[in-house]
Design a protein around this ligand. Sequence first.
Ligand SMILES: CC(C)(COP(=O)(O)OP(=O)(O)OC[C@H]1O[C@@H](n2cnc3c(N)ncnc32)[C@H](O)[C@@H]1OP(=O)(O)O)[C@@H](O)C(=O)NCCC(=O)NCCS
Length: 168
Amino acid sequence: MRLSDDSVRVEPLGSDHDRAAFNCGNESLDRYIRTQASQDTRRGVARVFVAVLPEEPKRIAGFFTLSAAWVTASDLPPEEAKRLPRHPIPAALVGRLAVDRGFARRGLGSILLADAVKKIMAAAETVAMTVVIVDPIDDAARAFYAAFGFRSLQGPRQQMFLTLPRAI
Ligand SMILES: CC(C)(COP(=O)(O)OP(=O)(O)OC[C@H]1O[C@@H](n2cnc3c(N)ncnc32)[C@H](O)[C@@H]1OP(=O)(O)O)[C@@H](O)C(=O)NCCC(=O)NCCS
């Protein structure tokens, strides 16, 4: 059964969440939430948000991370680059996003990505940001992000981007 926005709560990772049980099928993402996410939060290098269902508040159904980042105009397609200055362009990075296998293909990845973009748009009212960057780990992840309009960035890191709507 597909999950709806109001059947899921997205909240900052806390000490009560069961990080050890998370399993999205990708070893490096599982290891990240189990061993590194809390440390990244403490060090202020990433904000980590988890999705839980109200009836299982400790079980992590999915998570994503947000950090500040930048890109250069030459990383962007020419039609985007021509509207932007030559110095670094402020961006937000959804560094990691994953869904536990028990919740796969039920719309949770979409809910998490929409929540991440909403948080970024709210933050961009205070700290200017032009694009959202993601780091897809494989072709399935690329297909997932492409379904939301993300396009490939130039450069060796195979990142993808989405331009934020301009307020003015
Ligand atoms: C990629 C991932 C986050 C998708 O989460 P999800 O909850 O299964 O995604 P959704 O159900 O919201 O899917 C939304 C759409 O994305 C696309 N999509 C999702 N998974 C896909 C896959 N494996 N292959 C191709 N397209 C995919 C589809 O268009 C899908 O719509 P549909 O189900 O109506 O066809 C999840 O599979 C995951 O955690 N994978 C391992 C980690 C990972 O790859 N993270 C992303 C990079 S860091």
